[in-house]
Design a protein around this ligand. Sequence first.
Ligand SMILES: [Zn+2]
Length: 318
Amino acid sequence: MSFSAGVKEELLRVQPEKGCCMLSEISAYTQSIASLRLAGGGRMKVVYETESAALAKRIFLLLKKRLEITATLSFTRYERLGGRRACLLTVSEQDSRHLLVSLRMLREEEAGDVFRGIPRAAQTRRCCRAAFLRAAFLSAGAMNDPDKSYHLEFVSSPGRTDILTGILEKSELTAGVTQRRGNAVVYIKKGDDVVNCLALMGAHQSLMEMENIRIRRDSRNQANRATNCDQANLNKQLSAGAKQAAAITAYSLKHSLGGLPRDLQEIGRLRMLNPDVSLEELGKMLSTPVGKSGANHKMRKLMNLIAADEEKNEGEER
Ligand SMILES: [Zn+2]
């Protein structure tokens, strides 16, 4: 199961207890997955549509418990989406009016002017903001596996993102908005914000899982940085040793090393045979072993002699 599906499964087990939170949750479903079927004369039906049977059941029970509305459940099949099945919850005309007035989407005295209000508590109370976000995630949310990247999002319609961004902002979560395939997507990208959003929604198990992944990721990144650093030093060492070996080989082909002081001959031969080892190790291989600085000193002397010889040759060639 994906991380996202795990979060949803967990959120389905979180039950709103207070009336204010139930209404806030119903409001989020109505904002994100409901449509209005207009029947003329100001009459309309609210229809919720979701592919998740578990979510349809949750909405059905909430409508019943909080607003004493009994919705009708039916199924539909999308031919163009490979025959995927969706659940439809249809609220009767009379109950739809009651529902929309309760959600502050319709004014009591007006006939049919539906607007996009939300219950005041959904913005002002923390418990209700949590309920709203939970429902928004259940109906239109997704998140990436935190092993790959930190990203939590809510799919919305263009021009309809302000309610969600307002609630996220009030919850001190930094959100961005982007467009994707005709939809507006409200997203959270910072690891801390994703964790705080999971906490607010009540997905505590997923939150712990994500924190474990974050710790693993951070220590792995540190280890990678250390390895890269070692590798860089090693490359430097390799190329320095290889350069020395190449220069010594070129010199020995011209002059043989025999004309050089004995200690330089020895370190020169050792370097040709061992281009990959450090100077410290090279020093230890000498018949009279020397430390790193001793080996460095000898190698510098040898390289200076070779460089002087090259300069002389260049002079002669001119
Ligand atoms: Zn509440």
